[in-house]
Design a protein around this ligand. Structure first.
Ligand SMILES: Nc1ncnc2c1ncn2[C@@H]1O[C@H](COP(=O)(O)OP(=O)(O)OP(=O)(O)O)[C@@H](O)[C@H]1O
Ligand SMILES: Cc1ncsc1CCO
Ligand SMILES: [Mg+2]
Length: 264
């Protein structure tokens, strides 16, 4: 893969409009993450307008964290518009293994063909039918344990799969990357994964030619900002503030030099 600096440069130049259908917990932090990084968030989920709004968005992101039947209808409408317009869309199947309603919804959305699937290790692993050690929305499995499932899903469904955790894994079924950096404080701040899903949408909306490269760049940006915030933070509360500052401060050149990317 080529240099990732131009991908951040393009994302900031475009400031893509990202339609975020996300959960009540994540809305504020996801919007702030997108603004800090250089994209333009809009939280639009009502079934009466989500499909129409997707027509003007550069990317759509769908997260089932606080799902209800009406929200699911809005999600499907937005995904269908995105498919018709070839607009990239990202699915975040929060705790889909926890209840029957969530599991069915995640599979119905997966069947609509997301461009990118982003989840923690327990969420990705559970798609293989294996019992995951996830505790609700929190992961209980290692990223390494979910790598094979990620590759199989990517090949079978022709999408990019991003598994996040201590060291992230991204694959399109052919190419793969592991991304380090970040901080152990990140899982102690709620919804940073949900906000990452929104940022992946921003990158995919700006870097239309290659969703794999866009996803790697988004995760690398998060990793670099997380590492920078880690050395300044006193705990989860101040971490969040330093993390937003760092997302904004990272330049394309700094991203290219500080990103910890391994090409297995
Ligand atoms: N132990 C860790 N060390 C470094 N970075 C981490 C660690 N755990 C998670 N991260 C980073 O935190 C970000 C969010 O990933 P995570 O897997 O925690 O998402 P998630 O479980 O979906 O989160 P949430 O459901 O709270 O939104 C990713 O950038 C990931 O690399
Ligand atoms: C805490 C929580 N509950 C449902 S969604 C969410 C945000 C983290 O996934
Ligand atoms: Mg999550």
């Amino acid at each position: 893969m080529a240099d990732i600096a131009p991908i951040l440069q393009k994302m900031r130049a475009d400031a893509p409009l990202v339609q975020c259908i996300t959960n009540y917990v994540a809305m504020n932090i996801a919007a702030n993450v997108l603004l800090a990084a250089g994209a333009s968030p809009a939280m639009v989920h009502a079934k009466e307008e989500a499909g129409e709004f997707a027509g003007i968005a550069s990317a759509v992101t769908i997260n089932i964290g606080t799902l209800s039947p009406d929200w699911l209808a809005g999600m499907k409408a937005a995904a269908e518009t995105a498919n018709r317009n070839r607009t990239p869309w990202v699915l975040d199947p929060v705790a889909h293994f926890a209840t029957g309603f969530r599991a069915r919804a995640a599979l119905e959305l997966l069947d609509l063909g997301p461009t990118i699937l982003r989840g923690n290790a327990s969420e990705i692993l559970a798609f293989s039918g294996a019992t995951s050690a996830g505790k609700g929305v929190d992961a209980g499995d290692s990223v390494a344990a979910a790598e094979e499932t990620a590759k199989t899903l990517a090949r079978e469904r022709n999408m990019v799969v991003a598994v996040t955790g201590e060291r992230d894994f991204v694959t399109d079924g052919t190419r793969s990357a592991r991304i380090g950096g970040g901080s152990p404080l990140m899982p102690r701040v709620t919804a940073l994964g949900c906000a990452l899903t929104a940022l992946v949408g921003g990158y995919a909306g700006a870097w239309r030619a290659d969703a794999f490269e866009a996803t790697v760049a988004a995760l690398a940006h998060y990793g670099v900002a997380g590492s920078r915030a880690h050395v300044r933070a006193d705990g989860p509360g101040s971490f969040q503030a330093h993390f937003l500052d760092a997302l904004a401060a990272v330049t394309p050149q700094a991203l290219a030099s500080e990103a910890e990317i391994e090409w297995p």
